[in-house]
Design a protein around this ligand. Structure first.
Ligand SMILES: [Zn+2]
Length: 225
């Protein structure tokens, strides 16, 4: 009950103080012209990544930032503190990162959550980011193109081998999209990248359609270790 009240209070505060006036990361007062709604301090402390896309496991891999304190704040506030508007800032960052890499694509596919878990949280952060990224780039976001077929354990604290086993074979292509991927350049997106086991498992599922394989799959993460 207390938690619900806190959430209500936060929602009310969001209405009183539009998030655009405050730094998305630290809450400092900013003016609305700031890129990604970040203050000078936070934007200078983000560990931006400008490297060329890497070729890993038959996929291109691209990250926006290296995972650190500031990046973690955005991800945690979005996922666990329900600050859904942060998905917009992350979507903007991703759009600019793609432009920097001069990478083109046809459809956005977010890494899915297990259905029950998504219902509990109320949203899938990757899908929310995908929605904003789609708005910025004019490309469709195919939410629920992939499904997580089993509840997986949280990845935190697991070894690379345990991570691999935890997610391997736990993703599938949903019926609706089974024949829609042929020839498409797919942009698979997630908030976070560690060992790549989730991206690999999703990649496998994307290749499993009966209607033909996508032309390419690029994995884009907001932050990567
Ligand atoms: Zn800040």
């Amino acid at each position: 009950m207390k938690e619900r009240l806190t959430r209500l209070a936060e929602a009310a505060l969001d209405l009183l103080y539009p998030p655009a006036l405050y730094c998305s990361c630290c809450g400092n007062l900013i003016d609305e012209s700031r890129a990604y709604h970040l203050c000078d301090h936070c934007i200078a402390h983000f560990r931006w990544d400008g490297e060329e896309p890497r070729e890993v496991d038959g996929m291109k891999m691209l990250r926006c930032t290296q995972y650190g304190l500031y990046e973690r704040t955005l991800i945690f506030d979005l996922k666990y503190n329900g600050k859904k508007y942060l998905a917009r800032d992350i979507g903007e960052i991703m759009a600019d990162r793609l432009a920097l890499a001069e990478l083109d694509f046809d459809v956005i596919v977010p890494v899915p959550m297990y259905e029950r878990k998504e219902r509990e949280r109320g949203f899938n952060q990757a899908a929310l980011i995908g929605k904003y990224l789609g708005k910025r780039t004019g490309k469709p976001c195919w939410d629920h193109c992939l499904v997580r077929t089993e509840a997986t354990r949280p990845m935190r604290g697991l070894s690379p081998t345990e991570r691999e086993e935890n997610v391997k074979g736990k993703f599938a292509l949903s019926e609706k999209y089974d024949t829609m991927l042929e020839g498409k350049r797919v942009l698979l997106i997630d908030d976070f990248y560690t060992t790549g086991s989730t991206a690999r498992a999703c990649h496998e599922a994307l290749l499993s359609g009966t209607g033909g394989a996508p032309a390419s799959v690029t994995f884009l993460a907001f932050a990567a270790k």
